[in-house]
Design a protein around this ligand. Structure first.
Ligand SMILES: Nc1ncnc2c1ncn2[C@@H]1O[C@H](COP(=O)(O)OP(=O)(O)OP(=O)(O)O)[C@@H](O)[C@H]1O
Ligand SMILES: [Mg+2]
Length: 511
């Protein structure tokens, strides 16, 4: 009995002791790993030490400055700096953080302007979100992807009719400087109002004044509420420019995974490629074509692979990407443009020649293509767009020849007149996106010959007239078109009739 009792006591004491140990605060057993900065260049630092650091791990410097481990060499680590500051020089301590860079994601970012680390730039207080996502994440597997089936209307006639884009597609916008690339992309964001689309404008390496203008335009047109602006200024460390598109993708993926539709505009990836080239050269990676590092293709394809349309079982969300590239002297065969043309599902090419002629948006229809969007185009467009592109390209060729002043036959003259009329009809000022039904009505008027031989101001005035008449005369057409109905003979007839009224209303005022 006694021995049993003592055994019981021993057991009790042991259990109690065990419980005490488990309640006691655990000793921090993880050894801190430090390294020492040996040199700091523009945008990069070299650190001795940090033997266990992993690729792309965040490293912290004095003053809470951040860097990202990039080149892991036997005795040194090359680090891309995300911040710069006075505390960062030779001899400074570098500390491992055991984590990769993540950014805040979620609804709280809507309407905000943030930097590539998700820190606010707009004086509107902290970003109040609990969700975070790493800026790098693997692209969805092939079996998780669904075909692109839903249109993403840009509101620009020339794009929606001739180069239609689908939700989940990657469409490149490229052109020389000052050809309207940003304008077209921002137009597209403005047109997403009421279309259940979240938009992210990722500005890489631009001047603050340009981005301030985009922010003001978005606010003025009521687009800020569903948009996020992520900005890595041109004078920021190149590391910030480099990570910006990944951070923007992470913000977009959050919405896609929730089953929503998101759009990311990268303005522009030429600056991103330049920042990466600068970092690679500073980190002494071997340069390749045009001095870009050999993995620049991989860098961009890995980024854009993340945009897709998910299967319905995964929520059916989508992430559309509109990367922008600046070409030099219209050279589409340069390294970065050819890379991106092959990575994306099509391109919209803007030319300075058309821009100078006042054909705005300055889209070169013959060189532009959308490889998956055609299937998503609203059926009603087919009535006008089916052979518009081919006949328009033929007209462009014909126009070049007709400049030689040779005598032309009546048929050619009419083809040229029709082509010019269509070109006038496709013109559109900035920030004036059109609903699909209005686009179709105007293009139908042009292809039916109602605009032939009219002066440009006539086409503009009649187009405006059609837009005024349509809601009054054919209010149901908007729903029909957006609902995916075919344009039957009656509706087509009714649209042409409405256009004819607009022509008649213009003609007397002209006389
Ligand atoms: N459709 C349009 N109608 C009228 N003006 C336009 C149109 N598109 C662009 N513009 C004007 O052309 C100028 C250049 O446009 P934008 O800034 O969009 O070009 P960009 O190609 O992005 O230029 P950058 O190379 O400097 O980035 C701007 O002043 C803009 O207002
Ligand atoms: Mg621009």
């Amino acid at each position: 009995m006694k021995s049993e009792g003592s055994l019981h006591t021993v057991l009790e004491q042991t259990l109690e002791a065990a419980a005490r140990i488990s309640r006691a605060p655990r000793a921090a057993l993880r050894a801190e790993e430090y390294g020492e900065v040996t040199s700091v260049g523009h945008g990069v630092a070299r650190v001795r030490g940090l033997p266990g650091v992993r690729s792309e791990e965040l490293v912290r410097f004095p003053g809470d400055l951040l860097g990202m481990a990039f080149n892991l060499e036997p005795d040194e680590v090359g680090i891309i700096l995300l911040d710069e500051g006075p505390g960062l020089g030779s001899g400074a301590l570098a500390r491992r953080t055991h984590r990769v860079l993540d950014v805040p994601v979620g609804e709280a970012l809507l309407g905000r302007v943030v930097d590539p680390a998700g820190r606010p730039l707009d004086n509107a207080g902290p970003v109040r979100t609990t969700a975070r996502a790493t800026i790098e994440s693997p692209a969805p597997a092939i079996i998780d992807r669904a075909p692109v089936t839903v249109p993403m209307s840009t509101g620009a006639k020339v794009v929606d009719a001739l180069i239609p884009i689908g939700r989940g597609q990657r469409e490149l916008i490229l052109g020389d400087r000052q050809t309207g690339k940003t304008g077209l992309a921002v137009d597209c964001i403005i047109n997403q109002k009421g279309q259940r689309m979240i938009c992210i404008y990722c500005a890489i390496g631009q001047r603050s004044s340009s981005v301030a203008k985009v922010v003001a335009d978005l606010r003025q047109h009521g687009a800020a509420a569903y948009s996020i602006v992520l900005f890595a200024p041109g004078d920021a460390p190149p590391g910030q420019l480099f990570i910006a598109p990944y951070a923007a993708m992470a913000m977009g993926e959050y919405f896609m995974r929730k089953g929503l539709d998101a759009l990311v505009v990268f303005d522009d990836l030429s600056q991103h490629a330049r920042a990466y080239r600068e970092l690679s050269l500073l980190l002494r990676r071997p340069p390749g074509r045009e001095s870009f590092p050999g993995d620049i293709f991989y860098i961009h394809s890995r980024l854009l692979e993340r945009s897709t349309h998910l299967r319905p079982e995964l929520g059916g969300g989508s992430l559309t990407a509109l990367p922008i590239i600046e070409t030099e002297e219209q050279n589409l065969a340069a390294y970065i443009p050819t890379n991106l043309i092959s990575i994306t599902d099509g391109q919209i090419y803007l030319t300075p020649t058309l821009f100078q002629k006042g054909v705005l948006p300055a889209v070169d229809v013959g060189t532009s293509v959308s490889r998956v969007g055609g299937k998503t185009q609203l059926p009603a467009y087919r009535a006008v767009a089916a052979d518009l592109k081919l006949s328009y390209s033929q007209f462009e060729e014909l126009e070049v020849f007709s400049r030689f002043g040779t005598r032309i036959d009546e048929h050619t003259r009419r083809t040229l007149a029709r082509g010019r009329a269509v070109r006038e009809a496709l013109k559109q000022p900035l920030y004036d996106p059109l609903p699909a039904a209005e686009q179709i009505a105007i293009l139908l008027a042009a292809t039916s010959g109602l605009f032939d031989d009219l002066p440009p101001e006539g086409v503009a005035a009649i187009s405006a007239g059609i837009r005024r008449l349509l809601p009054v005369e054919l209010p149901r057409i908007y729903e029909l078109v957006d609902g995916g109905a075919d344009l039957d003979a009656d509706s087509r007839q009714a649209l042409v009739e409405a256009a004819r009224k607009a022509v008649d209303a213009w003609k007397p005022s002209k006389a």
